[in-house]
Design a protein around this ligand. Structure first.
Ligand code: TXA
Ligand code: MG
Length: 322
């Protein structure tokens, strides 16, 4: 355990300090394998309210709750279907969030008034150590101001939230690099609410066909807040392009996968060709380029295959809308 923490430069004393703060109702940013989270005691409504304030996040956007053990999960989840058991066995700890009916122990504020909670066990030794030491489930959205690109390094967290957070646990760059898959098991059929670190195919291999959110008829608060149009956006205008067709005006940067740009660009970033490697680098590249103040960022569109689904989803949401 301590060895695992050492590897991230985190001490037991830092974990203990962070856990005390969580129990006191304060905010701690911490690394997970997907992105950094902004955590508060999920059972403490006043603490959770501070998450919304600190992020500038609307109260209509439910927050994922992190757990380190199934006993902890059962305090906040009311029903645990067979499909959940199978998925948890295979993918937890890992980048999969399951949406299930919640218990009354969990304040409604966490779930934006929904009768369900999104819960996941993170695969990061620092996150797991914090959860175990705190002994309470931790509500944590990504540790960035609302609509900004999610943080995958501690520097991103400091740049976005800095002194607004009571404490930040450092833990290196996030290995998955995009947010968890959000899957609802609260309806008759499993619904993919957000593609992410675990692919649709991996899930379907275990529990059969899952349907898309668009196929579910809903009214009001069931719509996924992750679909907010400016979610995940850099400030620099960003375009998805084919065949290296970058803008010809102004100074820009190009994220290349295969095709070189048709004209010279101010900055060219060669991205990994495989989806997992690409995901791990994407947000870091966007943070870096956004800070440089280019006129545009052009991104070579990845293929429409299942392994690229989560990346395409994030890129399409981040795309510039004038
Ligand atoms: O990888 C992740 O999931 C990261 C790390 C920190 O765990 N967290 C994260 O949280 O991305 P956030 O708040 O940025 O995104 C939460 C997503 C939203 O799209 C929200 O709609 C969905 O999870 N969600 C949470 N609870 C839900 C619920 N009860 N019903 C439907 N969707 C829910
Ligand atoms: Mg977020």
């Amino acid at each position: 355990m301590t060895d695992e923490l050492d590897q991230f430069g985190v001490s037991e004393a830092q974990i203990t300090h962070a856990a005390v703060l969580i129990r006191e109702g304060r905010l701690v940013a911490f690394p997970t394998e997907t992105v950094y989270g902004l955590g508060a005691n999920a059972l403490d409504a006043a603490a959770v309210e501070r998450i919304y304030e600190t992020k500038g996040r609307p109260h209509s956007s439910p927050i994922i709750v992190h757990i380190s053990a199934l006993e902890m999960m059962h305090r906040i989840v009311a029903t645990w279907p067979e499909a959940a058991q199978r998925l948890a066995q295979k993918f937890w700890p890992g980048p999969l969030t399951l949406v299930l009916p919640k218990t009354s122990a969990l304040p409604d504020l966490v779930t934006a008034g929904l009768p369900t909670v999104g819960v996941r066990m993170p695969a990061h030794p620092v996150a797991m150590a914090l959860l175990r030491a705190a002994g309470v489930p931790i509500a944590a959205p990504s540790a960035n101001r609302f609509t900004e690109v999610s943080p995958t390094t501690v520097e991103h967290v400091r740049a976005s939230l800095g002194s607004r957070v009571d404490y930040i646990l450092a833990g290196g760059a996030c290995s998955v690099g995009i947010e968890s898959t959000v899957l609802s098991l609260a309806e008759e059929r499993a619904v993919l609410l957000r593609p992410g670190g675990v692919s649709r195919l991996e899930i379907e291999a275990l529990i059969g066909k899952v349907i898309d959110k668009q196929q579910v008829v809903t009214d009001g608060p069931h719509a996924s807040p992750g679909l907010h149009p400016r979610h995940y956006s850099p400030k620099t205008p960003m375009y998805l392009v084919e065949n290296g067709e970058v803008p010809r005006q102004g100074n820009g940067a190009y994220l290349q996968r295969k095709r070189p740009p048709v004209v010279q660009v101010a900055e060219l970033i060669e991205m990994p060709k495989n989806a997992a490697g690409y995901a791990a680098r994407l947000y870091g590249a966007l943070h870096t380029l956004d800070a440089l103040g280019y006129d545009w960022i052009a991104i070579e569109t990845p293929p429409e295959t299942p392994e690229w689904e989560a990346i395409l989803d994030r890129l399409r949401r981040a795309k510039w809308r004038p």
